[in-house]
Ligand binder design. Structure first.
Ligand SMILES: C[S@@+](CC[C@H](N)C(=O)[O-])C[C@H]1O[C@@H](n2cnc3c(N)ncnc32)[C@H](O)[C@@H]1O
Length: 257
């Protein structure tokens, strides 16, 4: 059994333990929401339909659950979620919210690239900015395929690759500008110098090939546009940028039954 964490997982663990305090209030807002909204532009579930219609009795795993609100939404819709996260501090917040909101489910401290559950344990694997961007796709996608039952669904949301192409980790190109700053071909590991974290992104053809080579059928690639009323600017992307180009994507895939 491998016990040592890959280097990027160790670095991201330190990063997220450091960041956790700043994610308590956003987490509480999402736990409090009556209806799920997705991504930084808070696009409603009624528009995006990321969740399967009937979640009653479904086993679900959230890969990189952070403060756990997505799993909270799943549990309220009748699913049996498990959240795994690499940061003990993020999980401590998730535990607090479970008590505050009266929703209990297992929380596992670990690496979503190597999940301590048997093959075919789940009907849904989901990630919103968790494994979707912080784990190596060549490790976490095969792991998601292993964990899902035939007929199981994979849904993940993360930064669009266009955004990563227009971003470099220095003040002059952050937030993203209107120029390509890095190569598209070979896009994979992104080193952020300012906070010593490591993110991942792939060209879209590569996402599709990776998913298909792990037995998935790709159902949809949704490119998210900031709504006309969006005004909030983030340090990595502005609302105006995201009205012109997609800053986030969702990929939906199914493991055929
Ligand atoms: C932005 S949060 C996303 C989770 C949730 N949607 C939220 O916003 O609270 C990113 C999470 O991914 C987790 N993460 C990073 N690398 C991971 C890994 N290798 N395995 C599991 N979780 C990981 C971090 O610890 C962090 O809690």
């Amino acid at each position: 059994m491998v016990t040592e964490l890959p280097e990027h997982v160790e670095r991201n663990r330190r990063h997220w333990d450091d960041m956790a305090a700043g994610w308590v209030e956003p987490g509480r807002r999402n736990w409090s929401a009556a209806e799920p909204t997705w991504g930084i532009w808070a696009i409603p579930e009624t528009e995006l339909h990321l969740l399967p219609e009937d979640l009653t009795g479904k086993d679900a795993i959230e890969l990189g659950c952070g403060t756990g609100y997505v799993s909270g939404w799943l549990a309220r819709r009748g699913a049996r979620p498990v959240g795994i996260d690499n940061s003990a501090r993020q999980l401590a917040t998730a535990r607090r919210f479970q008590q505050e909101f009266g929703v209990e489910f297992p929380l596992v401290h670990g690496n979503a690239e190597q999940v301590p559950y048997p093959d075919a344990s789940f009907d849904l694997a989901i990630s919103e900015y968790g494994a979707a961007i912080w784990c190596d796709p060549y490790r976490w996608v095969p792991e998601a395929a292993r964990l899902l039952r035939p007929g199981g669904r994979l849904v993940f949301l993360g930064n669009h690759s266009f955004l990563q192409l227009c971003t470099v980790d220095t003040e002059d190109v952050r937030p993203a500008g209107d120029r390509l700053q890095r190569d598209y071909f070979g896009l994979h590991r992104l080193e952020w110098v300012s906070d010593d974290s490591v993110e991942f992104a792939l060209p879209y053809g590569e996402w599709f090939r990776l998913l298909r080579s792990n037995g998935f059928e790709v159902e949809d690639l949704i490119e998210l546009q900031a709504p006309p009323e969006a005004t909030r600017d983030f340090d990595f992307v502005t609302a105006d940028w995201a009205k012109r180009w997609p800053s986030e994507h969702v990929i939906k895939a199914v493991k055929p039954g």
